[in-house]
Design a protein around this ligand. Structure first.
Ligand SMILES: Nc1ncnc2c1ncn2[C@@H]1O[C@H](COP(=O)(O)OP(=O)(O)O)[C@@H](O)[C@H]1O
Ligand SMILES: [Mg+2]
Length: 317
């Protein structure tokens, strides 16, 4: 069998007494998009930093392109790209110049550099501010430049750490589609996000990470199926606002996720025991003479699945 593009086995990284990554294992096949999902502090960035040789693992094995990252650091670095969360380039360079310089840094020949910069300015919708300096840009614009410039050089594996933070929906779509196009051309991608729809749109496989541990790995469809017990209950009230009944709902729903939808008489709650919870809620609302217009039980979004997995993990811990 062919070696995977990325092989991670029992990876650990601690900072003093903090176990940032606590025994993580996974493989990524060539040409696939692997998504890492988890709340703040879960260990996503630390994993990326270890995999891109920016920090040393405390223990465990990481092989990229079949080679150990500690022993073959230089060789591996040549063929990977990484976009970290923290912006990292000169404040007074123009967008166009920043792309050019990045290409130069990677040893891209000058003609190719110019062509690429032109293509990226166009594809990432950056052309209209190519003459602006980095610190004159909005956060979203900077992020787009940061991702675009990574495509200045050829790479076999790309790490993207929450690349869409600060982007509007259109810019998000442009970025994800651009990445998708390169995946079709053979690029392998490691991607972190906390937005489920994005993971679903881009990833072939998703690992959910919480407190340094992977708590679920599957395809987006598989995750939905596995946590299919999770249902979203929607309750529409007749004459009361959702706000006015929260004191009744909250004690029953517990730590389940409650979404007070903009339609203010609507409450949406996701739970693994939706039926039972619903019965209790109906009973309590009737007792308080709150009138219910309608009730429906719906499939959860991936976001709700994610919350349920973490909720379950926390209860069992
Ligand atoms: N350089 C560091 N020194 C000490 N603790 C760190 C450092 N970097 C990250 N951590 C801690 O490690 C944990 C995981 O952080 P991180 O990998 O950044 O999570 P995520 O990217 O999922 O938000 C957090 O508790 C964080 O505070
Ligand atoms: Mg992070």
């Amino acid at each position: 069998m062919e070696e995977p593009c990325v092989h991670v086995s029992d990876l650990r990284k601690s900072y003093g007494s903090v176990q940032a990554v606590d025994g993580v294992s996974f493989d990524i096949e060539y040409g696939r998009v692997f998504g890492f999902l988890g709340p703040n502090g879960a260990g996503k960035t630390t994993t990326i930093k270890v995999l891109t040789t920016l920090v040393h693992p405390t223990s465990g094995t990481v092989k990229i392109f079949g080679k150990d990252i500690v022993k073959h650091q230089k060789e591996i670095k040549k063929k990977i790209g990484v976009v970290l969360q923290e912006p990292s380039f000169e404040a007074n360079l123009t967008v166009e110049r920043a792309l050019e310089l990045y290409g130069l840094m990677w040893g891209v020949p000058s003609e190719k550099r110019r062509d690429r910069a032109r293509e990226l300015l166009d594809k990432f919708d950056l052309a209209s501010f190519k003459g602006m300096k980095n610190d004159e840009l909005s956060i979203g614009q900077r992020r787009r430049v940061q991702v675009a410039r990574e495509f200045m050089h050829d790479m076999d594996l790309l790490f993207l750490d929450e690349p869409t933070v600060g982007l509007d929906p259109a810019a998000r779509r442009i970025l994800l589609d651009y990445v998708k196009k390169h995946v079709k051309g053979g690029l392998t991608v490691f991607f972190t996000t906390h937005i489920m729809e994005e993971a679903e749109y881009l990833c072939d496989e998703i690992a959910i990470i919480n407190r340094g541990k992977i708590i679920a790995t599957d395809t987006p469809a598989g995750l939905k199926q596995k946590y299919g017990g999770v249902k979203a209950v929607e309750i529409k009230l007749r004459d009361s606002s959702a706000q006015s009944v929260m004191h009744i709902i909250r004690p029953i729903a517990g730590s389940s996720s409650i979404i007070e939808t903009p339609a203010e008489s609507m409450i949406r709650i996701s739970s693994a025991d939706a039926q039972e919870m619903l019965m209790k809620i109906i009973e309590s609302l009737s007792k308080d003479a709150v009138q219910i217009e309608s009730v429906s039980v719906n499939p959860p979004t991936l976001e709700e699945v994610f919350l349920a997995v973490i909720d379950k993990e926390e209860k069992e811990a």
